[in-house]
Write a protein that binds this ligand. Structure first.
Ligand code: HEC
Ligand code: HEC
Length: 236
């Protein structure tokens, strides 16, 4: 019997050949055991603990590309924001919020739900941190303004309140967990203000920092939101 027949015989044993094949296969197997065991152990170790870090983050980012883009610049059609260059602490906190359902936790929030489902794929130890590190290291894309009609001058007065946490330059403040607003798409900022106001974001009793933002959205009507977002665009 040649090697080929033997290999085929192992899965589709024909009449009369059975015993020889079993014995041959047993010999082949016993010789391969150490290799097989090593391969199995190696694969198990990989599955359990991919080495965390920026290289792992880059590999994971492939799964983010369809919505956030290869350069992390976002995609308005998919309601996916620009994320390239956001601070690591903020990306990590938001991914954790999506996983916990503090974002994307209500049935009407279809775009939040889209991201929440995605966040659940980061389920191996260190993956969430690794992808946050990679995203934070990407060059910011500075998306162009897409909205019209906001009165930036009127928005400037409103922004004085926002500046207390997000900074007069809109670059954010880690000490109060407030993200940068400059460098973000205007349509996304506006959508998030509406989400805070509707209680789709910042309303969970355990989302401490989200709760500090919500009252600021509650005090704005639609026009005031459009105006303050128009002003933020002038800070870019
Ligand atoms: C199926 C499309 C899709 C994929 C894939 C996806 N996202 Fe998102 N992501 C979104 C959408 C939509 C939002 C906005 C959600 C909202 O409005 O609450 C979002 C929001 C975010 C935010 C919040 C940004 C901010 O300024 O608050 C982060 C961070 C983020 N995504 C990271 C990732 C990472 C990292 C991956 C890959 C592991 C990923 N996303 C994959 C669609 C996606
Ligand atoms: C008391 C501090 C505080 C003030 C004042 C404040 N914010 Fe925030 N803001 C936050 C925090 C904290 C977050 C992050 C919330 C979270 O983690 O979900 C946030 C998030 C946001 C986001 C979401 C950004 C993103 O990438 O998803 C927008 C938009 C925003 N703020 C706009 C404003 C505007 C406009 C004002 C003024 C009208 C304002 N904020 C005032 C603390 C504040």
């Amino acid at each position: 019997m040649d090697r080929d027949e033997q290999a085929h015989g192992a899965t589709t044993p024909g009449p009369g050949h059975g015993r020889i094949q079993v014995r041959n296969m047993a010999r082949v197997r016993s010789r391969q055991v150490p290799v097989v065991v090593l391969l199995a152990l190696g694969a198990a170790a990989c599955n359990r603990a991919p080495v965390p870090g920026v290289a792992r983050g880059e590999a994971l980012y492939d799964t983010c590309t369809p919505c956030h883009g290869a350069n992390g610049g976002g995609n308005q059609k998919l309601a996916a924001p620009a994320i390239a260059g956001l601070p690591r602490w903020y990306v990590q906190a938001q991914l954790e919020k999506f996983q916990a359902g503090h974002r994307g936790g209500t049935a009407f929030d279809t775009t939040g739900i889209r991201m929440k489902s995605m966040s659940w794929s980061l389920d191996l130890a260190g993956d969430l941190e690794s992808v946050a590190e990679f995203v934070a290291g990407m060059a910011p894309t500075g998306p162009a303004p897409a909205l019209q009609g906001g009165d930036a001058q009127a928005g400037q007065a409103t922004f004085q309140v926002c500046a207390a946490c997000h900074g007069a330059d809109g670059k954010g403040n880690e000490a109060v967990h407030a993200p940068p607003l400059v460098g973000q798409s205007d349509w996304y900022l506006l959508a998030q203000l509406h989400k805070f106001k509707a209680g789709w974001r910042g309303a969970s009793p355990v989302d401490t920092w989200g709760a500090t933002m919500r009252p600021n959205a509650l005090m704005l009507d639609d026009a005031a939101m459009a105006n303050v977002v128009a002003y933020i665009q002038t800070l870019q």
